[in-house]
Write a protein that binds this ligand. Structure first.
Ligand code: PLP
Length: 398
């Protein structure tokens, strides 16, 4: 008789946002007139820039002409996009060869799929709180997880210490959900630890485009030695509003080499290539043309304007919390604001209170891990008007 993957039994049944949606739907059904403001889910709201839209349209038309029609493309992505990504990295002083860049349909797939190339025996080290995908994808393949506490004492930026244990070190900076971002010096400590312990850092740079401050790396590869111990994931989702358009990329440096149990040198770059060629047939040509346009001067200008708009919301939220003397993290190099629930309240209780009394929806910190128990995530992806209205209600309530 067939047996299913029983590791799935270890995963919490209700995904965080499903429970949030469920509670909001119940409230909405009971109060049909309520003007609910959603500062919860981390999705962009502003439309794609015109450079991207033009490129998408042009590529769609090409697909309808015999001369320019394209079928299957390279699994790793078209050279025109891989070169554009390499040029983007060069702006931060990181030199990449195009065959170290793998284009995909987004960072969620890649951060989940990367588990394929690592042995099940590895221990994954994941910060708590965390973007849930890192934990769930490791649980799905039966891997042991250790959690690194991210809390107020370490500014939600855990660093390696004598107790640190792990082979796959997940780092997300700027962080979802806490908005905290590692400095260059702090990341260098992780790189040095990983090299000493033969670990691999899986670095998620999905929010790098929100970095405002100097000294915060946009890429782990800005740190010397990182190419020998790290893989990086990034995405156009938050950089250029591609959450519904879908395009991401993963950097697997060729300098990263790991010895097998019999002493043979293995290349994660070659393995990821093999994995992608086997299980993935490439990102759509049309989307890759749109992504290429996002990296042009006009594309970047338009993307930056949207990010600036969101960051004004982050400031509106931060100013209100500061006025109310509520402790918070993030909102400076990140679209996320991680606030302490007033009066030491539990995060789901605060969720219900905010929904019931202010009709504002956020995300309970407990959904991201035990250290999120008394915290709450607000996002800056709403309109200026809705964010200002939510904060006015907040101001009256607390
Ligand atoms: N990584 C982090 C930390 C995220 O917060 C998200 C989306 O919210 C993703 C990856 C997923 O990005 P993508 O839309 O490229 O799949």
């Amino acid at each position: 008789m067939v047996r299913l993957n029983e590791d799935f039994l270890k995963i919490k049944q209700s995904y965080l946002f499903v429970e949030v949606a469920h509670r909001v739907a119940a409230y909405s059904a009971a109060h049909p007139q309520a003007d609910i403001i959603r500062l919860g889910i981390g999705d962009v709201t502003l439309p794609l820039g015109s450079a991207v839209v033009q490129a998408l349209s042009k590529a769609a038309l090409e697909m309808g002409e015999q001369k320019t029609f394209r079928g299957y493309g390279p699994e790793q992505g078209y050279d025109f996009l891989r070169s554009a990504i390499a040029a983007y990295y060069q702006k931060h002083g990181v030199s990449l060869e195009t065959d170290e860049i793998f284009v995909s349909d987004g960072a969620k797939s890649d951060t989940g799929n990367i588990t394929d190339i690592f042995s099940q025996d590895n221990i994954a080290l994941i910060s708590d709180p965390t973007y849930p995908v890192y934990a769930d994808t490791n649980l799905m393949c039966g891997r042991t997880i250790r959690y690194a506490d991210a809390n107020e004492e370490n500014g939600f930026l855990p660093l390696p210490d004598a107790q640190t244990e792990g082979d796959l070190i997940y780092i997300c900076s700027p962080n979802n959900p806490t908005g905290a971002a590692y400095t260059k010096e702090q990341l260098a400590l992780w790189v040095s630890w990983a090299r000493q312990h033969g670990a691999v850092i899986l670095f998620d740079a999905a929010y790098e485009a929100f970095i405002r401050e100097d000294g915060i790396p946009h890429s782990i590869f800005e740190i010397e030695g990182a190419k020998e111990c790290a893989i990086e994931f990034c995405s156009l989702s938050k950089t250029a509003g591609f959450t519904g358009t879908r395009c991401g990329y993963t950097i697997v440096p060729k300098a990263l080499v790991v010895k097998s149990s019999t002493g043979e040198e293995m290349s994660p770059n070659r393995m990821w290539n093999r994995r992608q060629c086997t299980k993935f047939n490439g990102t759509s040509y049309i989307i890759q043309r749109g992504a290429e346009a996002a990296f042009t001067e006009q594309g970047m200008r338009e993307a930056r304007a949207n990010i600036a708009y969101y960051m004004e919301n982050a400031k509106t939220i931060g100013d209100t919390l500061a006025k109310k003397q509520i402790r918070f993290f993030g909102g400076v190099n990140s679209p996320y604001i991680w606030m302490k629930c007033p009066g030491g309240m539990d995060s789901w209780a605060f969720f219900d209170e905010l929904l019931n009394r202010a009709q504002v929806v956020g995300t309970p910190g407990a959904g991201f891990g035990k250290n999120g128990q008394n915290y709450f995530r607000l996002t800056s992806f709403g309109t200026h008007e809705a964010t200002a209205e939510a904060m006015a209600r907040f101001d009256r309530l607390f």
